[in-house]
Design a protein around this ligand. Structure first.
Ligand code: UDP
Ligand code: GLC
Length: 387
């Protein structure tokens, strides 16, 4: 079928690279029809879009709109109303040149719902969060679900777990479509062995096992559990790749350093900050772990670890069990259980037969089930229904 997909204006409030932004970058880059991205602030995401030759526009949001947090309530929301209306009016002007307005975040949904109404365009929401009390205040949940039910043509969810939480919060099941993230293996396949050796040399780890976690530093991402697990493992090193992307997470980032010191593992912990060379860093690890202590909506890092050919250990919640078949294509451990994580890591690091087999099965599963091509085509097919 060569039906041309609709012209889409994607909207995202964020300008820093979280999983939602990496995923939208793939989608916009591979979209087979006219598309553009509008962001509410300037930052690295714009540069990535520029490099991918995706047209991008910045409509700066007021401080009140950008500052609204997931935990915020109805009173705080009232303060943002003038900012929302101003922004939505400008977005509506842009949206008239496209067939569909596509919100990639909750803030984009709020502004997008008003803009879509003004521009008389259908609205699609790509829901990438598990909307439960773990992550969102009741006011935020009511607002998002209410807007989606009333205004969105589709709610594209990044996992069944995300879809279930949306429906449990009152979301309309008829609007839900589950589309998994897809990730290209190319940047992982392009890494040369000597680049990996160089990274390990620079870290000064010799032959010692290295365990990597690749997430922004945030309490719910649970890096503290890896540090605790490290104390149970006599010699392994940990790579913490990622930074506090949002102001509210800086306290946690500092607490991690203090925790490493008090556990006496500082020499074995490498804080690398935010990096653009995740594939080579993953390949420099013996195991890639995911430690989220709240349910992870999807977890791109699980697929990436597998594409890097490394065994992946993830916490058993949210979308992770949809990505990993426990004991076959990776391992799942209970969230927040440092002892269980340490035990699983010890087994993986000492089993020369089962470990490469699991890594290879994980890689195959990533290639078969989480391809970029499949993701883009599934979203295109959903939007074609809309016309
Ligand atoms: N990532 C990155 N640099 C870092 C740490 C992480 O580019 O220093 C990337 C990582 O490779 C992944 C994304 O950020 O593609 C995180 O996405 P994920 O879905 O795992 O979690 P999110 O941050 O969206 O909750
Ligand atoms: C969100 C989620 C993450 C998911 C990403 C891409 O940022 O936290 O789990 O992988 O979106 O959909």
């Amino acid at each position: 079928m060569s039906t041309q997909p609709p012209r889409v204006l994607f909207v995202d409030h964020a300008a820093v690279m979280g999983g939602a932004e990496w995923s939208l970058l793939s989608l916009a880059r591979r979209w087979r029809s006219e598309r553009a991205v509008t962001l509410f602030e300037d930052g690295p995401f714009r540069q990535h879009l520029n490099e991918a030759e995706v047209p991008v526009d910045i409509l700066p949001a007021s401080a009140a709109v950008l500052g609204a947090t997931r935990g915020g309530g109805a009173v705080a929301d009232l303060l943002t109303v003038p900012g929302i209306l101003a922004l939505a009016t400008r977005l509506a002007r842009q949206a008239r040149r496209f067939d569909v307005l596509y919100a990639n975040s909750q803030k984009a949904l709020v502004i997008g719902a008003v803009a879509a109404l003004l521009a008389r365009r259908p609205l699609v929401w790509h829901l990438r969060d598990i909307i439960t009390a773990d992550h969102f205040s009741p006011a935020r949940r009511r607002l998002a679900v209410g807007l989606a039910n009333r205004r969105a043509a589709y709610v594209i969810c990044n996992s069944e777990a995300t879809a279930e939480a949306f429906m449990e919060a009152g979301g309309d099941p008829n609007k839900v479509r589950v589309v998994y993230n897809g990730i290209s293996p190319a940047p992982f396949d392009a890494v040369a062995e000597d680049e990996v050796a160089q990274v390990r040399m620079a870290l000064g780890v010799g032959e010692t096992p290295v365990i990597g976690v690749f997430s922004r530093l945030a309490q719910w991402k649970g890096q503290h559990v890896l540090l605790e697990a490290l104390a149970y493992l006599s010699e392994a090193h940990a790579l913490l790749v990622g930074d506090a992307l949002f102001a509210e997470d800086r306290v946690y980032a500092d607490a991690l350093r203090a925790q490493a010191a008090s556990l006496g593992v500082t020499e074995r912990v490498h804080f690398l900050g935010f990096r653009d060379d995740v594939p080579v860093l993953m390949k420099a690890c013996d195991v890639v772990v995911h430690t989220s202590v709240a349910p992870e909506p999807f977890g791109r890092v699980l697929v990436e670890g597998a594409l890097a050919g490394r065994p992946v250990v993830a916490t058993d919640a949210g979308g992770a069990p949809e990505v990993i078949n426990d004991g076959e294509t990776g391992h799942l451990v209970p969230p927040g259980d440092a002892q269980a994580l340490a035990d699983t890591l010890r087994t993986l690091l000492t089993d020369p037969i089962a470990t490469p087999r699991i890594a290879e099965a994980g890689r195959q599963r990533a290639l078969d089930h989480f391809s970029e091509e499949a993701m883009v085509r599934a979203v295109e097919a959903t939007l074609l229904d809309e016309r």
